[in-house]
Design a binder for this molecule. Structure first.
Ligand SMILES: [Zn+2]
Length: 100
């Protein structure tokens, strides 16, 4: 996936500052020092990967465990489900996109 959730100290929608999940590009997440990460859709753990030398693969995030219930992964079976061990699934990303 090209986007990832990171937990950062940010301006919240209510105008206060605090820690919140934000969906950003994997390329931007790679610039952060040891960010906390999760999949924007299924909230599963993900790892970051730099683009391959031949650029066949872009900067990206990949699930640490395959989740057939996540449309952002390569094993989607058509039914969206949270990861088996979702990370803070009750905390929405503050800029979560509603694309369904
Ligand atoms: Zn996912």
């Amino acid at each position: 996936m090209r986007t990832v959730d990171v937990k950062q100290f940010v301006m919240l929608p209510n105008g206060e500052r605090g820690y919140a999940w934000q969906t950003i590009f994997a390329a931007d997440a790679l610039k952060l020092a040891e960010p906390r990460l999760r999949c924007p859709e299924c909230k599963g753990a993900v790892g970051l990967f730099r683009r391959s030398a031949d650029e066949a693969m872009p900067d990206r995030a990949e699930h640490k465990k395959k989740n057939p219930g996540c449309s952002l992964g390569n094993h989607f079976d058509g039914v969206k489900r949270l990861a088996a061990n979702p990370i803070e699934p009750d905390e929405k990303s503050i800029n979560e996109q509603s694309d369904n």
